[in-house]
Design a protein around this ligand. Structure first.
Ligand SMILES: [Zn+2]
Length: 253
């Protein structure tokens, strides 16, 4: 299989994990403890992938401007998250005015847009990393797929919260799948065009990953206040470290 087809195939496979997460939410209420465990492992794996793989790679390909683009990517996701939370905050105040339903709908839509930007970057990273190095790209594919099931669960839960339609909850998770695939196609197209554009979008994506792992998933694990979840995060991080070291020692990375 050529690199392009492999990149698109693995991106589509990872993207399906969003729909699987959404379907799990729609079919039955997921047990909180199971979700927290799964998210903790995924958080550790993604933290390792961001700091051990994406960060050095970005600094290598863009020694001067890489950090600036990473900061822009980080701030972009942070801004979208703050807008989303401010809408949620307004929701709680709008009970008194009777506009709660509309406000919840708007908050849900902002969450969807914010997560679609994020999942677009998921696709960019899988395809971009695979184009640069097949073995490392496969590791990134695993890291991203692991956090995509909880991602699909989250967006479906938000959708169900703002409207009781199970159909819409499933559709929203599917939209995350679509934006991941669009991200992968974008990375492939920019890569074939050549020039610095693919490096820029990869650096932006690394910034979004820095946010997702350190400012979204790690705080989630901390908030659980369970040593068990911290251990699972350490395991996820350790497995990524060992996998990367193994690839490097056998010369695949
Ligand atoms: Zn993601």
């Amino acid at each position: 299989m050529t690199s392009v087809w492999l990149a698109l195939f693995l991106s589509a496979l990872a993207a399906m994990a969003d729909t699987v997460g959404g379907a799990l939410t729609v079919v039955r209420q997921f047990e909180g403890r199971t979700l927290a465990s799964f998210t903790s492992i995924g958080a550790g794996f993604l933290l390792g992938a961001t700091l051990l793989d994406r960060l050095p790679d970005t600094l290598h390909t863009m020694p001067k401007l890489g950090v600036t683009y990473m900061l822009i990517g980080y701030l972009l996701v942070l801004t979208l998250e703050i807008i989303r939370h401010s809408r949620n905050h307004e929701n709680t105040h709008s009970h008194a005015t009777g506009h709660v339903h509309t406000a919840a709908m708007q908050g849900g839509t902002i969450a969807l847009v914010s997560m679609m930007v994020h999942t677009f970057m998921d696709g960019v990273v899988i395809a971009g990393a695979l184009a640069a190095n097949r073995a490392e790209g496969i590791l990134m594919f695993v890291a991203i797929t692991l956090h995509k099931v909880p991602e699909g669960l989250t967006i479906s839960a938000i959708s169900l919260n703002s409207s009781n339609s199970r159909r819409r909850a499933f559709l929203w998770a599917f939209l995350l799948t679509c934006s991941t695939i669009v991200g992968a196609i974008t990375a492939v197209v920019l890569g074939s065009v050549g020039g610095p554009s693919v490096n820029i979008i990869m650096a932006l994506a690394t910034g979004t990953f820095l946010f997702i792992s350190t400012s979204d998933l790690v705080p989630f694990v901390r908030a659980q206040e369970q040593p068990r979840n911290m251990l699972l995060l350490l395991c996820g991080c350790g497995v990524f470290y060992l996998s990367l070291t193994l690839l490097q020692s056998i010369g695949l990375s």
